[in-house]
Design a protein around this ligand. Sequence first.
Ligand code: HEC
Length: 178
Amino acid sequence: MKSKTLNLTLALSALALTAWAVAAPEKTHLARSVSTRKMADSVHAVIAADQRVYAETVARLAGAPGHAELLRDAGRSIQTHGAEFSYALRSLQPIAAHNGPQTEAEQTGLAFVAANPRDNYYTEEELGGRSYFTAIYAERATAAACVDCHNANPRSPRRDLKLGDVLGGIVVRVPLEF
Ligand code: HEC
């Protein structure tokens, strides 16, 4: 009888201890800054969401700027406002030549995300004497609109794109030196 009570007491204390540990985790990880990678991932999440919504809806309206043009204009605009990052839409087989890879890292990263669309490509590069953290994310054809418009474009080097194919990538750059 006694040992049963002891066992029960022990079991209850263990339970209480577990509950306490779950309810009051130690705050050893108080975030005081955002990592460069998290920053790049967040910048990408916003751009990708905007691009998707825009490309699937507005870009088809006559007279509206294309989604790639919108991204370029917005990217330029934030630069003039002193943003500490930059971004670009790129592809190894672009409709517009200016969207082709412009650095070795872009070339490697675009090939990587084309082969591994679920993974992102992260690296560092030195451009103009300055170090950058560079992240490359796959841009997939998420809607029929992407495929239809790209296949129909007379400048497109591809006519056989299907839903889900990787059309290129979004490159996000964060300077590591100021
Ligand atoms: C209404 C037509 C249209 C739609 C819809 C469209 N695109 Fe595009 N896309 C273009 C054009 C045109 C360009 C090149 C324009 C430029 O850079 O000035 C382009 C450029 C791109 C590029 C850069 C490489 C290149 O080919 O120049 C990527 C990547 C891309 N689009 C992905 C997508 C994805 C993903 C979707 C769907 C979510 C999509 N596009 C929807 C017309 C379209």
